[in-house]
Ligand binder design. Sequence first.
Ligand code: NDP
Length: 329
Amino acid sequence: MREIIIIGSGPAGFTAAIYAARAGLSPLLLASSVQAGGELMNTTEVENFPGFPDGIQGPELMMKLQEQAEKFGTEVILDDVTSVDFTGEVKKVETGYSGTFEARSVIFATGSAYRKLGLPDEERLSGRGVSWCATCDGFFFKTKTIAVVGGGDSAMEEATFLTRFADKVYVVHRKDTLRASKIMQERAFANEKIEFVWNSEVVGISGENAVEGLTLKSTTDGSTSELPVQGLFVAIGNDPRVHLVHGQLDLTVDGTIAVAGRSSKTNLEGVFAAGDVVDPQYRQAVTAAASGTVAALDAEHFLAALDQVEDGETARVIADVVDELVAAD
Ligand code: NDP
C-alpha cells in the first residue's frame, strides 16, 4: 500500500507532489489519460506566476512543475480515475486502465471544468464552431467573425487571443460592466478587432452543420436580436470537478469540497483537498499551488501521527506477548 495518492495534475496536484516527494512519501500522482497539466495546458502566456518576470507559457510552466515533482520521486501515471472509495482507513482509487491503487492518504486536486451555457444546440455544435478553448481551436477561425461569451478574465484572455486569427471578435456579456481584472479589460478595450455587446445573453445558437449565428436576448428590455458569427467561445467560468466524491466528501454551498478552516482536511480522515476544487473565489495558479502545499503538509502530519499510533499499538502488542510468555514460565 502507498503512503499517498494525489489525484489531479494542475498546479495544486504537482505542488503537493513536490512537497510530499521531498518528505520521502514517494507519491503516486494520477493525471488525466489525455495529458498531465490541467487547465494551464490550454492557456498561453501566464504573466502573474511569481518568479517569471517575462511571463511563461502555461504548458511550459506545467512541464516544469511535473519535472520538479518527478525529480524528487513522484510517480506520474496518465490515467483517468473512474471511482474512489475514501470511506475506510485504506483509500481506494480505481482507474480506467491501470487498475486499483490503495493508499493511507489521498490529496484530491481535480480542479474545475468549463461551465456550459446549457443551450440545446451547444452540444450539437460543439467542435463545429462552439468551443471552450481558444488556444486549442482559435486557429480554425482565421479571418472569421466570432463571439466570446463572458465578462471575466477568461473571456478577455480568449477574446484577445482570438484576434490573432479572427477578423472580428464580439464579446457578449450579460451586464454592462466586466468582472475581469483591470489590465485584462484595458487590453481588450484597446483591441480594435474586439467589439462589446453589453447587457445581452446568448439564448440560441443557429446553424445546421456549423455555427452560423447567435440569438441574443437583452437583459434590460427582453428584446431579441440575431448576431451572425461563425464561432462561439464560451468563457463563463468553471465548476469544481467533484463528481467522483459525491456522497463521500461534504460540499459547500458553492459546490466546492468543504475543508476545515484554512486546512485541506475534508470530513474524512486521511483525505485532503486542494486547488480549484476547494476554492470558489480566487482560483489562480499560484493560489492553487499554495493550496497544494497545505494539503501535502496536512497529509504528512496525518501520516506521521498514524505511524505513532501504529508504533504504539505494535509496542503494546509486543508487551502483551512478552507478558504472556513470562506468565507461562
Ligand atoms: P469568472 O467566474 O471570473 O467569470 C465568469 C464570467 O462569465 C462572469 O462575467 C459571469 O457574469 C459570466 N457568466 C457566468 N455564467 C454565465 C452564464 N450562464 N451566461 C452568461 N454569462 C455567464 O470566471 P473566469 O473563468 O473568467 O475566471 C476564473 C478565475 O480564473 C478568476 O479568478 C480569474 O481571475 C482567473 N483567471 C485569470 C487569468 C489571468 O490572470 N491570466 C486568465 C483567466 C482566468 P457576471 O459577471 O454577470 O457574473
